[in-house]
Design a protein around this ligand. Structure first.
Ligand SMILES: [Zn+2]
Length: 82
């Protein structure tokens, strides 16, 4: 099954899209590449904001702990940029 990313306008297999439970389709509308690209830019901007960095770091650590316990495969983007 393929899905077209509205951002890069490329048709790609669904495993090239991150899961998003909030979305009706259960997947993000934009592909992994576009999502990473957007996050990189967003993080680059927010990096100057110490409050955001602290909050984001705490959020990622909490998520990591939960993942280890449940032993689930990672389908959610992580915060390796820090
Ligand atoms: Zn894309």
């Amino acid at each position: 099954m393929n899905e077209t990313c509205p951002k890069c306008d490329r048709e790609q297999p669904v495993d090239q899209f991150y899961a998003d439970k909030r979305n009706r389709t259960g997947r993000m509308r934009i592909c992994k590449n576009c999502f990473c690209d957007r996050m990189r830019r967003y993080r680059g901007r927010m990096r100057n904001n110490p409050e955001w960095v602290a909050k984001e770091r705490a959020r990622c650590q909490a998520k990591d702990k939960g993942r280890k316990r449940s032993g689930k495969r990672r389908s959610v983007p992580t915060c390796q940029t820090f």
